[in-house]
Unconditional design. Structure first.
Lengths: 114, 117
């Protein structure tokens, strides 16, 4: 079974600074997808960024980027120029290419301080 | 574009009562997922449908839980009878499928917060 581990239950960062959230996963698959979802206090699950395992280039979405290390099975999220609205729970998720079953990590609670 | 729509947004009920949660996926999406989120267990996939057909319900905790998708634009998750340990936030998500068959991103609804007293 695939497992997703987020080793940082809580993190904080000063506004405008950069923060990196860690995620590791365990799989024997070669083709899969990785995601970061954000859950603000409203509880809405919002897709932040997505990475296909067959792509070597790290995905980037504006201030959000990932460091995907396939051999190390690591998928960290970097948030640049942190904003107060980035305060949320962040979930890392894994999905096998051949399935729709998405597995989530336990989440990291990020607080951006003014 | 309207996102995934869930109703009700909040539900408070008494133990033993039947609870029905509703979901309208994004138009054109052909996969639909039901998740449950609790503090203890995090986000868990309960069941998912492809083209209205249930594919994997191994995450459904007990026979008290059932889900249906009578058409492409509507799904229900029913708990009968409800118990206090069913208290959680229930999310519905949908995703399209590309012509190549690859899996696409899941888009989540706002969730239903269920409290069973």
């Amino acid at each position: 079974a695939q497992t997703v581990t987020q080793s940082q239950p809580e993190m904080s960062v000063q506004e405008a600074e950069t923060v990196t959230l860690s995620c590791t996963y365990d799989t024997s698959e070669n083709n899969y997808y990785l995601f970061w979802y954000k859950q603000p206090p409203s509880r809405q699950m919002i897709l932040v960024i997505r990475q296909e395992a067959y792509k070597q280039q790290n995905a980037t979405e504006n201030r959000f980027s990932v460091n995907f290390q396939k051999a190390a099975k690591s998928f960290s999220l970097k948030i640049s120029d942190s904003q107060l609205g980035d305060t949320a729970m962040y979930f890392c998720a894994f999905m096998k290419h051949s399935w729709n079953d998405m597995r989530f990590g336990a989440g990291t609670r990020l607080t951006v301080k003014p | 574009d309207a996102g995934v729509i869930q109703s009700p947004r909040h539900e408070v009920t008494e133990m033993g009562q039947e609870v029905t949660l509703r979901c309208k996926p994004i138009s054109g999406h052909n996969s639909l997922f039901w998740y449950r989120q609790t503090m203890m267990r995090g986000l868990e996939l309960l069941i998912y449908f492809n083209n209205n057909v249930p594919i994997d319900d191994s995450g459904m905790p007990e026979d008290r839980f059932s889900a249906k998708m009578p058409n492409a634009s509507f799904s229900t998750l029913k708990i009968q009878p409800s118990e206090p340990r069913d208290s959680a936030v229930y999310f519905c998500a949908s995703s399209p499928r590309t012509s190549g068959g690859s899996r696409e991103t899941q888009y989540f609804g706002p969730g239903t917060r269920l409290l069973v007293l």
